[in-house]
Design a protein around this ligand. Structure first.
Ligand code: PMP
Length: 451
């Protein structure tokens, strides 16, 4: 590989980075990651870092998962690509659909539609939801409801249901007919309470009000993350998703679970829907489905939706949607191996156990460091929200967040920053010692920030 200075210079000259300002990337060049092993990544200067981010919430099995690497290599040798558009299919995608149907049977999922990532999965689910209602003779049902602070990727549909201004403003006008309910965010919310149960009840009431206001017969679907990830790891009260599901049922509205982060064990449950005991109509997956080793995703389809499509005999029922890489054989082979490893290693159990240790450790940091205003988590998705004043919950500025990041980095742990949050989503194979290492590094970061 070329040397570090060359790469940094050319990165600044030629590359635009996702979710970053080009000028800022020039002033503050990104770290070049050149290796990965087990739970660690290695930067271009040879520094080993425990990856507290798990790639981007996706490298659940770590960086050295040989069965997945071997499955990819073998598939590359056998059939590196062929399309799954009508007329052709391939073995790995069929085998994967069987494995996924079994994996997601407790969630009521019966069919798979393959995509090349999370944004594609969201777009697919939104489109299938509209098509479902058309096939069902309810063509007026076109609107979507979602939660503020929710993140659903960057395609126009997903961006329209996103609940964070930063991903919307520059790209407006977005899809008309999107309705945003409040986030189930106990630390800050418009309801003047920090009681998650009360907040959940208020959001359910909001949903009921919006249904009455718009008319149920105009609403296609509610889309939500079972635990909100990119919005700052917001864990709703256990009653929220089941109550929203009931309202959907009452009014013929589909429920789309965006499980791009939560499927495959991250919350400590096999899926986020199972965590809350809910059966969605459509489920978006991606990320850990291939452990980040190959861009891939799947929308899982429940029987209520599948039955309507499969009973249809009109042109409207044809799925006029799909991607060149839908059902990519290499991605499918990777996913089969990932599923097998996830089950064999019982990753959700480790995520649950290590998640408790991590959460407790973060709570202990909150006791000691006034900079920590709030700590949230479920399994191995956690956030630490930083404030300069606990009384009025003033968010810290970018500089302070950067100091915590840098302090943790110097102490050997990669963390992710998002606004005034430090986000933690390590691989699901971490040990208690790894958790201790993350906590020590965060402590170093908090000290570096002058706390
Ligand atoms: N939905 C959720 C819940 C996500 O977290 C993400 C990505 N962070 C997406 C959708 C979009 O996925 P991708 O970046 O693979 O397009």
């Amino acid at each position: 590989m070329a040397d570090s200075n060359f790469l940094t210079e050319h990165n600044a000259r030629h590359v635009w980075h996702p979710m970053a300002h080009p000028a800022e990337m020039r002033a503050n060049p990104p770290v070049i990651i050149s290796g990965g092993e087990g739970t660690e990544i290695i930067d271009i200067d040879g520094k080993r870092l425990l990856d507290g981010v798990g790639g981007l919430w996706n490298v659940n099995l770590g960086y050295s998962c040989d069965p997945v690497k071997q499955a990819i290599t073998a598939q590359l040798n056998e059939l590196p690509y062929y399309s799954a558009f009508r007329g052709t299919t391939n073995g790995p995608l069929i085998e994967l659909s069987v494995a996924l149907a079994e994996f997601f049977a407790p969630d009521g999922m019966v069919r798979s539609f393959f995509t090349s990532g999370g944004s594609d999965s969201v777009e697919t689910a939104l489109r299938l939801a509209r098509q479902f209602h058309k096939l069902n003779g309810q063509a007026e049902r076109t609107k979507f409801v979602s939660l503020k602070k929710g993140y659903h990727g960057t395609h126009f549909g997903g961006a329209s249901v996103n609940g964070n201004q930063n991903f919307r403003r520059a790209y407006e006008p977005l899809l008309p007919g999107t309705i945003h309910l409040a986030a189930p965010y106990a630390y800050r919310n418009p309801f003047n309470t920090d009681d998650p149960k009360v907040i959940a009840e208020c959001i359910v009431q909001q949903f009921a009000d919006e249904i009455a206001f718009h008319g149920a017969d105009t609403i296609a679907a509610l889309i939500m993350e079972p635990v909100l990830g990119a919005g700052g790891v917001i864990v709703p009260h256990e009653g929220l998703m089941p109550s929203l599901r009931s309202l959907c049922d009452k009014h013929g509205i589909l429920l789309i679970a965006d499980e791009v982060i939560t499927a495959f064990g991250r919350t400590g449950a096999w899926s986020g829907s199972r965590l809350w005991g809910v059966k969605p109509d459509l489920m978006c997956t991606a990320k850990a489905i291939t452990n980040g080793y190959f861009p891939f995703g799947a929308v899982m389809i429940g029987s209520r939706v599948a039955d309507v499509f499969e009973a249809d005999r009109t042109a409207m029922g044809s799925i006029g949607h799909g991607y060149t890489y839908s059902g990519h054989p290499v991605g499918a082979a990777a996913a089969i191996a990932c599923l097998a490893e996830t089950i064999k290693k019982d990753l959700p159990s480790n995520a649950a156990a290590r998640g408790v240790e991590l959460f407790d450790g973060l709570e202990a940091l909150k006791e000691r460091y006034p900079l920590v205003g709030d700590v949230r988590g479920m399994g191995l998705m956690c956030a630490m929200e930083l404030v300069s004043n606990r009384e009025d919950k003033t968010p810290v500025g970018k500089d302070t967040v950067a100091k915590v990041y840098k302090g943790a980095y110097e102490a050997g742990v990669m963390v992710r920053t998002s606004g005034n949050n430090i986000i933690l989503s390590p691989t699901l194979i971490i040990t208690s010692q790894d958790v201790a290492r993350i906590l020590e590094a965060l402590q170093a970061g908090l000290k570096a920030a002058g706390n």
